[in-house]
Design a protein around this ligand. Structure first.
Ligand code: TRP
Length: 332
């Protein structure tokens, strides 16, 4: 039987942090040999809020290089850049015309982000989930690994499939969200009740994959803890403790039981240096690979060219089927 197809993407807004890695990319790497995988850098999504044209291209390459550095293997996976394939924009337009406005105005992420943008909310921010639906449906993906916060966008994608197929015939494939519990929610270092996020104004709230050992050590020293001695999992009043022990478990590769036993009598003064060392040595191989990839621009460009060719062949085929179903005069 053919392997199921996976598609996912990350926005090129700055550096990736531990939440992106543990919640997404690390899981992609773990399961990649069982699937046919497509991983894109969604640079068209990046301009749905004000962006910096001077860094967009470099930020996009950074994410592509980090995919490779984190262990995405080209034997199983295709890496490409969303804007290199015009079919994403074109399918978005076609979907726009069959998507009811209120499906978009009702989206939680749109409401949250548009409040932050004040008066400067572009139409693109409203349309963000339709572009995401186009990303997924162009590749007829079976499974879409995403974080919990993207579940509603996946629901909208499924709604678009049902509406399109009902109106124009069975062309689109219904995708399934693939949401992992473990590591799915990495929390902020400065507030254990908030998600670690790129948009948090405080750099101290997150550890980036490319942070130096000094930066990591500084962030861990300053991270929020509590005055209780003895560290344990699953105490609702200790969100920071839960987060740091979970990070320690995931990055050290130890089991939950082993970490619980090791840390039950520790104070923070003992845990923090151990944790710092664990983070630094877990990120070291990723950073080294990243530097290697970044030093060889020709290589990265060839990876992205091949990725674009492979992805475009599939995307253009689906786009042609969609247009034909909608009544356009396209040769199949
Ligand atoms: N919206 C996703 C996020 O912020 C990124 C994304 C864009 C995506 N297109 C996608 C994820 C397609 C999965 C599939 O995480």
């Amino acid at each position: 039987m053919a392997r199921q197809r996976i598609l996912s993407g990350v926005q090129p807004t700055g550096n990736l942090h531990l939440g992106n890695y543990l919640g997404a990319i690390r899981n992609w790497v773990e399961t990649q040999s069982q699937y046919e995988n497509y991983f894109c850098v969604v640079d068209l999504h990046a301009i749905t809020v004000p962006h910096n044209p001077a860094t967009l291209a470099e930020d996009t390459y950074t994410i592509a290089a980090l995919y490779l550095a984190c262990g995405i293997d080209l034997n199983y996976s295709t890496i490409f850049i969303q804007s290199h394939i015009p079919a994403h924009s074109e399918l978005t337009w076609l979907f726009n015309c069959i998507t009811p406005m209120n499906w978009l105005t009702d989206m939680i992420q749109f409401k949250e982000k548009s409040v932050k943008q004040g008066e400067n909310v572009g139409v693109g921010l409203l349309d963000y989930p339709v572009l995401m639906a186009a990303d997924i449906l162009l590749y007829k993906a079976d499974q879409v690994p995403v974080g919990e916060d993207q579940k509603q966008h996946l629901e909208l994608t499924r709604d678009i499939v049902n509406r399109f197929n009902h109106q124009f015939g069975e062309v689109l494939k219904l995708p399934h969200p693939m949401i992992r519990k473990e590591g799915a929610r990495v929390m902020s270092l400065t507030d254990g009740t908030k998600k670690m996020s790129k948009s948090d104004p405080s750099e101290l709230s997150r550890i980036n994959l490319l942070d130096s050992a000094d930066e990591i050590s500084k962030k861990v020293k300053r991270c929020k803890t509590d005055p209780i001695k003895g560290l344990s999992f699953d105490v609702p009043e200790r969100p920071e403790c839960q987060n740091l022990l979970t990070l320690y478990m995931l990055l050290s590769g130890k089991t939950k039981e082993a970490v619980a036993a090791e840390c039950q009598d520790m104070g923070w003064g003992q845990f923090k240096p151990l944790f710092t060392e664990t983070v630094i040595s877990a990120l070291q191989p990723i950073q080294q690979k990243y530097q290697e990839v970044r030093a060889d621009k020709t290589y990265l460009e060839s990876v992205l060219r091949e990725g674009r060719e492979k992805a475009a062949a599939i995307a253009n085929q689906t786009l042609a089927e969609v247009k034909a179903a909608m009544g356009y005069s396209v040769p199949l």
